[in-house]
Design a protein around this ligand. Structure first.
Ligand SMILES: [Fe+2]
Length: 247
């Protein structure tokens, strides 16, 4: 019994020295489909810190009819998490932007002139529906740019409609999007077609940022497996990612 309770937790493989900050995750408690409460967030952050990630820009969903988060709901959750982090004395930095679904609600919000949840005054994280390309994508990109924002598009490799026409990824760059790859796409976690698209994007030097898109402990386990770390080092090693030096 003594041994059972005193069994030391296995140290996580510290394999993320090349990742300066994680810019895509759902660590904020209770406001989307990520961490449900502060206790879970703390446990996830503690393990990620042990694996070598010390700087997090959280990106809760903002989706019409699902998660109508606002800067107020996001910053409230951020304050709660930061307070718990301080109490637990975990040495990490946590801030927040949001993952904006490019839907009608986003267009309304953008046109309202209200400040979007961004970092460095102009960078917003955006996403598209996985299986249907919005017909107004080009006009939304134009409105984003003319409103003074710079959009980072989350996980371009996951959008099914680009798999049969990967040359369209360059059009996204022309529209002004920076592209952010999900790390787990490289492990085959989301399936072989997404792995193929991820390799294509890297091979053609189209990826600007990477992110964990971590929602829960399954993602954490997959991300910190030794085999996954080897894959990340193979495809992403040799440079420091997400420095945001340009911001
Ligand atoms: Fe996400």
């Amino acid at each position: 019994m003594w041994n059972l309770f005193n069994k030391k937790k296995k140290l996580l493989y510290p394999g993320f020295s090349w990742l300066q900050r994680d810019i895509h995750n759902h660590l904020l408690p209770g406001i989307d489909d990520g961490s449900p409460d502060v206790e879970t967030s703390i446990a996830l952050v503690r393990d990620l810190a042990e694996a070598g990630i010390k700087d997090f820009v959280c990106s809760p969903h903002i989706i019409q009819d699902m998660y109508r988060n606002t800067p107020e709901t996001i910053n409230l959750a951020l304050d709660k998490l930061n307070e718990a982090i301080r109490k637990e004395k975990i040495d990490v930095k946590i801030s927040a932007w949001a993952e904006y679904m490019l839907d009608e609600f986003f267009v309304e919000t953008l046109r309202s002139g209200k400040q979007l949840q961004c970092i460095s005054g102009k960078f917003i994280l955006t996403e598209l529906p996985l299986s249907v390309l919005p017909s107004n994508l080009e006009s939304m990109a134009f409105e984003i740019n003319t409103s003074g924002y710079h959009a980072v598009l989350a996980h371009p490799e996951r959008y099914l409609y680009y798999h049969s026409r990967m040359e369209s990824y360059t059009r996204l760059k022309e529209l002004g999007f920076s592209l952010q790859l999900n790390l787990l796409s490289l492990t085959g976690y989301y399936g072989p077609r997404i792995l193929t698209a991820a390799k294509y994007l890297l091979k053609h030097d189209l990826i600007d940022y990477v992110g964990t898109d971590l929602h829960h402990f399954d993602h954490l386990r997959m991300l910190t497996e030794k085999s996954s770390i080897r894959i990340f080092e193979k495809y992403l090693g040799g440079r420091i990612w997400n420095t945001f030096d340009e911001v």
